[in-house]
Design a protein around this ligand. Structure first.
Ligand code: SAH
Length: 341
């Protein structure tokens, strides 16, 4: 079965050549409004015909948790019963959707719950779009855009699903659809250097975020297996190319882990690493997920950021939202899978 949201409006017209173009537009709008066949105004015979070959709504809400701070965390069931997460965050400057790009993940970062059961499969571009539409409809009128930003910081490694993510970028920014500005999209990667080079060539205006989490390759290797494939130096060089090409500031995510990456020496090395790069450091406190890694305290984290700022490094401490509802990457899904065992 093909998923209708995998098609752009043009592609859909080419796919459904025997259907009148206003009907095709209705289908396209139904995708963006997260409607199922029964909720549309399409004629019954057309619905029957479409149902045989196409999925209109590949995602549905399986569970929803609401945090005291308003953050909503969704466990979403896909058409093949796989589960993924999505988070809706209310912020002063607008609402942000945190989107997954894969079912599971194969990157193996030691602190991350998304990767515990490995990679199940990639999400298609249309599935990612349909998840956005689903969560959008749950947070306001379904025919309006109720979010201003999307961050690809849910489960999965976006650059490990490169083609589908690139296609999704085109769908989500399409004037026919949500018409989201590239500048309001952030893509977070653990640092697949070859793919960063490839992304640079696409010349998107998105914000590229790299999960650095360590200041030496040796430390990085102990928490992120990807560090065995790419050196920090190679990441920095790829980012320099990205900045030169796009003129966009890049962001480092730096998750503070007690006695692993939170020393004064790390501050010194961070200054060194970020010296010749248009960048910002987003410091996060580890959300412990039961492993041996412990979080640096909030006060220590504030102090770490202050020292970075004093050293001339642009850095802020990211406010953690939704931590009372398994807000960190993959925690809700991991918990659900464990309970099922
Ligand atoms: N695979 C991508 C995007 C997904 S994770 C990446 O690695 O960037 C989004 C961010 O959350 C990453 O910076 C990731 O390292 C971080 N993260 C994952 N688990 C976390 C945890 N338990 N506590 C704090 N941050 C975490």
């Amino acid at each position: 079965m093909k998923i209708l949201s995998d098609f752009s409006l043009e592609e859909l017209k080419n796919e459904l050549t025997h259907i009148q173009s206003f009907r095709v537009k209705q289908i396209f709008d139904a995708i963006h409004q997260s409607k199922d066949y029964a909720d549309t105004n399409l004629p019954k015979n057309l619905i029957e015909e479409l149902k045989e070959n196409y999925i209109l709504k590949p995602a549905e809400i399986f569970r929803k948790l609401e945090s005291k701070d308003g953050t909503k965390k969704y466990l979403i069931k896909l058409h093949d019963d796989n589960l993924i997460e999505c988070v809706f965050l209310f912020q002063d400057y607008g609402n942000t959707i945190c989107l997954s790009t894969q079912v599971g993940c194969r990157m193996g970062c030691k602190f991350c719950a998304s990767t515990e059961n490995g990679l199940i499969r990639n999400l298609s571009a249309g599935e990612m779009l349909s998840v956005v539409a689903l969560v959008n409809a749950d947070n306001g009128k379904c025919n309006e855009r109720n979010f201003t930003n999307i961050v690809l910081m849910g489960s999965g490694e976006p650059l490990d699903n490169f083609d589908n993510v690139v296609k999704w970028l085109k769908l989500i920014t399409s004037k026919d659809g949500f018409n989201l500005s590239e500048r309001n999209i952030s893509l977070s990667t653990c640092g697949l250097v070859d793919k960063i080079h490839e992304l640079s060539k696409k010349d998107f205006q998105i914000t590229l975020c790299v999960s650095l989490h360590a200041t030496t390759d040796e430390i990085r290797k102990t928490i992120m297996p990807i560090a065995n494939a790419y050196k920090i130096e190679d990441i920095i060089n790829a980012l320099k190319e990205y900045v030169a090409k796009t003129k966009r500031r890049v962001v480092f995510e730096y998750c503070l882990i007690k006695d692993v990456n939170d020393s004064d020496l790390d501050i010194k090395r961070l200054k060194q690493l970020t010296r010749d790069l248009l960048c910002h450091v987003n410091v996060i406190c580890l959300n412990p997920n039961g492993g041996s890694l412990k979080a640096t305290t909030k006060d220590e984290a504030k102090n770490f950021v202050k020292k970075l700022n004093d050293a001339g490094v642009s850095a802020t401490l990211r406010r953690s939202q939704g931590s009372d509802i398994e807000g960190a990457c993959g925690m809700l899904r991991a918990k659900h899978l464990k309970n099922k065992e």
